[in-house]
Design a protein around this ligand. Structure first.
Ligand code: CP
Ligand code: NVA
Length: 307
């Protein structure tokens, strides 16, 4: 059966941990100039219906480093469900390429592609989730804190695709996950309750940033208005103004707490420059790790496809 990476929960806990190990190995080998061409003669379609810096570049470079070919497609080439059905798109593309990677708005479109494709489908971000980012993020956490399990992760800000992705990760890696947000900007609460009921992680919601960050190992934030919601920027800024990561808030956390942001950042809104550029910030390691974590995802899916 073809395996996909559309949500973190598509993979087991063991598979996610193995992917982090593989990503670390590929990172070392790449820096030594010894990364093997695991994807030689393989082609990948990268479909972007939203902007991207990190995701596009890290996937294109990663596929090149693994000996494969990446094809960049946008909404000018085709839009899902307009000219033909998602099923037809998935079946036709499966006859040409070895993987379909997509960044789009509606998560359901990616699920449908995955259902009908005969090659792996990778979610490069939807309005609901961003699993590739999370794989890079937990690699970064492991590098900086030496462990993945039983950490206190505090996500501050909008209950968006990144907040949902952390909740999905809490279904696979045991953690104390606190979402600190306003009552108007909550994450997917159905997902939250489902994951909480699994009993793997300790999940909570806080409406006080200062309370939430106490004893945190990781503080994580993201833009308050995501792509496709920029007209709500002023409203969100008003709803979330008490959840900014700034130097004063860091004083309520530990001196060893690391600060994470998937980028792009809106400096002065969800995070101040002082913190983003400060000694507790690991944001550039996160950005670099997109490359290594995604290479491991591609290699893993390719291996499963050959079984
Ligand atoms: N973090 C992230 O996905 O960045 P891009 O939107 O630039 O790809
Ligand atoms: N939540 C943001 C993440 C960008 C990487 C967005 O969807 O725009």
């Amino acid at each position: 059966m073809t395996r996909n990476f559309i949500s973190i929960q598509d993979w087991t806990s063991e598979e996610i941990k193995a992917n982090i190990e593989l990503a670390s190995e590929l990172k070392i080998l790449t820096k030594q100039g010894k990364c093997s061409p695991h994807l030689e003669k393989k082609s990948y379609a990268l479909i972007f219906h939203k902007e991207s810096l990190r995701t596009r570049i890290s996937f294109e470079v990663g596929i090149f480093q693994l000996g494969g070919m990446a094809m960049y497609l946008t909404g000018n080439d085709f839009e899902l469900g307009k000219r033909e059905s998602n099923e037809d798109v998935a079946k036709v593309m499966s006859r040409y390429v070895d993987g379909i990677l997509i960044r789009t708005f509606d998560h359901q479109n990616v699920v449908e592609l995955g259902h009908h494709a005969d090659v792996p489908v990778i979610n490069m971000l939807t309005d609901w989730s961003h699993p590739c980012q999370l794989m890079a993020d937990i690699l970064t956490v492991k590098e900086h804190l030496g462990t993945l399990e039983n950490l206190k992760i505090v996500y501050l800000g909008d209950g968006n695709n990144l907040a949902n992705s952390w909740i999905n990760m809490a279904a696979r890696i045991p953690m104390q996950l606190c979402i600190a947000t306003s009552t108007e900007t909550m994450p997917d609460m159905q997902l939250f309750e489902e994951v909480k009921a699994m009993g793997i992680s300790d999940l909570s919601i806080s409406h006080s940033a200062q309370e939430a960050v106490k004893n945190a190992d990781v503080l994580y934030t993201d833009v308050w208005a995501s792509m496709g919601q920029k007209e709500k920027a002023a409203l969100k800024a008003n709803q979330l103004k008490d959840f900014q990561i700034n130097q004063k808030l860091l004083e309520y956390a530990k001196s060893s707490t690391i600060v994470m942001h998937c980028l792009p950042a809106e400096r002065g809104y969800e995070i101040t420059s002082e913190v983003l550029d400060g000694p507790q910030s690991v944001v550039l390691d996160q950005a670099e790790n997109r490359l290594h974590a995604q290479k491991a995802i591609l290699v893993q899916l390719s291996r499963w496809q050959q079984q």
